[in-house]
Ligand binder design. Structure first.
Ligand code: PBG
Length: 304
């Protein structure tokens, strides 16, 4: 009688690659998740391919940061180097995807560049995103994950790709992305420099209609996939978007969602494996065609 089921191909594993480390480094607030070296990233991606999951979403943690996030557009920057390595290793076996956002690369930790008054400058950021898109596509990324929530980012990146003839690179638009406290552990994962918050560009958790509006704008700008994020506290938004979208809709089960279940399970307060499966099933039930989850490889193993 089950209306919803999970399949490994509909799971995507987010992975972190850190510049200048010799051994993978555990992320304390995300038990079981590490910052990878280039070598362990390749090995992890090979394991993910072996498990039959649909893809990996790569995040870079650079050694040096600056105001404009130069490392993001440097062809030898850690994310682009990691992408090249993973694409060579498993590019035919799963879909190699990259986070397209400046926050890991800026010394102020914001997703965009700042204006003279220290506010995020939306349109100046779009120029950086265009360059970042080309660098990532050239490194072998097959889907660009636009997570910065700048207005017009999908149209800008689509135009940059088309201008360069990069017609095989798809755009995953983090269409409805809320300013959430549940990103907490991710800040440790990418060694975030952020002071303050992202409420001038991410959405107000109080707003449901606005989620649909943001998703519709991204659809019109030429997105190939729409994302709702976080997942579990925003299943209503996910269902709304899934009801109207004629392109795939994905959801991101984010770091805080992962950490909460791991922490409760470590205390013996919930059944870990059942909670993991239930959380993923509910995200799929609400309308996600695929889910980004830090449990992707483990769950794929159970499903086999
Ligand atoms: C921005 C980005 C974030 C996450 C994915 N992309 C952080 C943020 O918006 O603050 C969060 C993912 C997670 O919490 O697991 N580059």
């Amino acid at each position: 009688m089950a209306e919803t089921r999970l399949h490994p191909a509909e799971l995507i594993l987010p992975m972190f690659v850190r510049e200048g480390i010799r051994e993978p480094r555990p992320i304390e607030s995300m038990p079981g998740v590490v910052q990878h070296t280039l070598d362990s990233l390749k090995a992890g991606a090979a394991e993910a391919a072996e498990a039959g999951i649909g893809g990996v979403m790569l995040f870079g943690v650079p050694e040096r940061r600056d105001a404009i996030g130069s490392g993001a557009t440097d062809p030898d920057g850690i994310l682009n180097a990691g992408t090249r390595a993973v694409a060579a290793e498993v590019g035919d076996a799963l879909v190699v995807q990259t986070d397209l956002c400046l926050d890991e690369f800026t010394d102020h930790g914001h997703c965009g560049v700042l204006d003279a008054r220290g506010r995020v400058d939306n349109d100046a950021t779009l120029l950086r995103y265009r360059d970042m898109a080309l660098a990532q596509a050239e490194a072998g990324s097959q889907i660009l994950g636009l997570s910065g929530m700048m207005d017009g980012q999908v149209a800008a990146v689509r135009d940059a790709l088309d201008t360069e003839g990069l017609v095989d690179t798809a755009i995953l638009a983090y269409a409805a992305k809320y300013a959430s406290s549940f990103y907490g552990p991710f800040r440790e994962a990418v060694d975030s420099q952020l002071q303050g918050d992202r409420r001038s560009y991410q959405q107000d958790p109080a707003n449901r209609r606005e989620g649909l509006r943001e998703a519709t704008l991204d659809l019109e700008e030429g997105a190939d996939i729409l994302m709702v994020k976080p997942a579990m506290s925003y299943l209503d938004v996910l269902a709304d978007v899934a009801a109207v979208s004629d392109i795939p809709v994905w959801a991101y089960q984010i770091s805080g969602e992962y950490a909460m279940i791991e922490a409760a399970a470590a205390n013996g307060w919930i059944d870990r494996d059942r909670a993991v499966l239930e959380s993923l099933t509910s995200i799929r039930r609400a309308g996600a065609d695929a889910v980004l989850t830090y449990w992707a490889v483990e769950v794929a193993g159970w499903l086999k």
